[in-house]
Design a protein around this ligand. Structure first.
Ligand code: BES
Ligand code: MG
Ligand code: ZN
Length: 471
């Protein structure tokens, strides 16, 4: 899709944008019968077909609604009308629209082109589809175009991988993909197999992986800028390709959803693609400990005592609490081997966070006030909301084991998302700026493009905005 600042005499396709207030002010300039069909409410679309062409009246809702609502309107508009739109230069009319608002509309148009189900590769609109908007300079339009494409490429990659069924995302397949995009975007790709992980002592990660039919792939992807004194972000994404629960087997009723247990990793993937396409002046070290959590004769067992990368011992009391095991090694490997300004892990970690917040927000834990506030603010702005929960030391007692330094569950019927966060805190090696995002309830859920639950893309816009605007 191209954005162009020019005026052609006759357009055969026009998008007229209106907020409710804007429509009230200007509707007199249009055929007054339209008022019976259109008022400018959010998501309203009225199509006026005339001899000269087709005009889409697109309702944006109240003037003072947050900008992300315009992206929501565009996503739905795009999902509904993408097949019907003509591949012709299209005029966008909206004198009141700000640059930011137009940007959100373009992002939504692109995000709404995502095709589901998997493997019908998404195609953006015919390249002939040009959106002409006179109110912004060509330079600004080029900026919006670049940003929107980078974002939709990142978020669509995230959604595509999360939506894939378990048999189409075995570790080798996902690893091959990561290797391929690393080459494409000039990222540094490193992956440790089981033998290498044993040498390095990544025991917590290996405890989960030892039951897998597939080799370990503790993967590190690095994006580097040439810009001096740039900030460095450490990102760890839970990458359990399928979580059966292991020997502490899950109930089968909802087990198919556990193909989404890599939602932390796909959020990180989307952010990496965004940063690389935008050539952001930052460094990113992303760790994705890839594995499935399988049942097998080699699987780890409740009562096992294992030694993590940082030397702490862990008593495994439930093999379904596998996410915190692999993240533990992800976090301490990152902290011990790289210097980062900010350390963030994202994970579909606990059913407890789902019960707490449902699909309204992710659960946020942090040891740093500034980072915590920034994440909440960025979540509000991008509509990928987070809410903070405490990390008080009173809960440290609940993960103390008789036979090891830690146990992987508390065995108490209390907020396991807090217990899990407290557990992870033991592996950040005193990093002063760490945040843990439990996104189990928000990564996979109701979406406009599928009847069943599917990938929401949660985390990509949040991380992209955070990384791009961090100073
Ligand atoms: N992957 C799950 C968490 C999850 C639950 C993600 C629902 C998405 C939706 C995680 O590995 C898990 O199984 N957690 C257990 C921990 C429990 C055994 C302490 C849980 O929350 O039930
Ligand atoms: Mg589990
Ligand atoms: Zn899991």
């Amino acid at each position: 899709m191209k954005l162009v600042n020019k005026k052609i005499k006759n357009y055969t396709q026009i998008f007229h944008f209106f907020t409710e207030e804007e429509w009230a002010r200007t509707s007199k300039n249009f055929n007054k019968n339209i008022n019976a069909f259109f008022t400018g409410k959010k998501h309203e679309v009225f199509i006026n077909v005339q001899e000269e062409g087709v005009a889409y009246f697109i309702g944006l809702g109240k003037s003072d609604s947050p900008v992300f609502e315009i992206q929501q309107v565009a996503v739905k508009f795009s999902q509904t009308y993408k097949e019907k739109l003509m591949a012709v230069p299209t005029l966008a009319v909206a004198d009141f629209m700000t640059e930011k608002q137009f940007e959100e509309f373009v992002k939504g148009l692109l995000l709404g082109t995502y095709r589901y189900p998997f493997e019908k590769t998404h195609v953006f609109w015919n390249p002939k589809f040009e959106l002409h908007f006179e109110n912004l300079s060509q330079k600004k339009l080029d900026g919006i175009s670049r940003k929107s494409e980078a974002l939709s490429n990142g978020q669509i990659a995230c959604q595509e991988w999360l939506n894939k069924p378990a048999n189409l995302k075995k570790p080798e397949i996902f690893s091959l993909y990561l290797k391929t995009i690393s080459k494409k975007y000039n990222l540094k790709y490193t992956s440790f197999n089981r033998k290498k992980c044993e040498e390095l002592g990544l025991g917590a990660y290996l405890s989960v992986n030892q039951g897998s039919a597939y080799d370990a792939a503790f993967t590190i992807v690095e994006y580097k800028t040439e810009v001096k004194n740039a900030k460095t972000f450490g990102l760890v994404g839970k990458c359990v390709l399928f979580d059966t629960g292991g020997i502490s087997l899950k109930n089968p009723d909802n087990m198919h959803y556990m193909k989404s247990d890599m939602g932390g990793a796909t959020a990180v993937l989307g952010a990496l693609i965004y940063a690389a396409e935008m050539q952001l002046p930052v460094n990113i070290i992303a760790i994705l400990p890839i594995t499935d959590n399988a049942i097998s004769e080699n699987a780890f067992l409740p009562s096992d005592i294992i030694t993590a990368y940082n030397g702490k011992t862990i008593e495994v009391l439930n093999t379904d609490a596998e996410g915190r095991m692999i993240l533990a090694d992800g976090l301490s490997y990152l902290s011990r081997n790289y210097k980062t300004d900010i350390l963030i892990d994202l994970a579909t970690l606990t059913g407890s966070s789902v019960r707490m917040f449902g699909d309204t927000c992710g659960a946020l834990f942090s040891n740093n006030e500034e980072l915590k506030n920034l994440l909440i603010k960025t979540g509000d702005k991008t509509n990928q909301r987070l809410w903070n929960l405490p990390l008080w030391d009173i809960w440290k007692d609940d993960i103390r084991s008789d036979v090891a330094d830690l146990k992987n569950i508390s065995m108490k019927p209390i907020g396991d998302c807090i217990i899990a966060a407290k557990f992870l805190e033991q592996f950040i090696e005193n990093h002063p700026k760490w945040a843990h995002l439990d996104i189990a309830g928000v990564a996979f859920g109701n979406v406009g493009y599928a009847k069943e639950k599917a990938a929401t893309g949660f985390g990509v816009q949040l991380l992209a905005d955070l990384i791009e605007n961090y100073h």
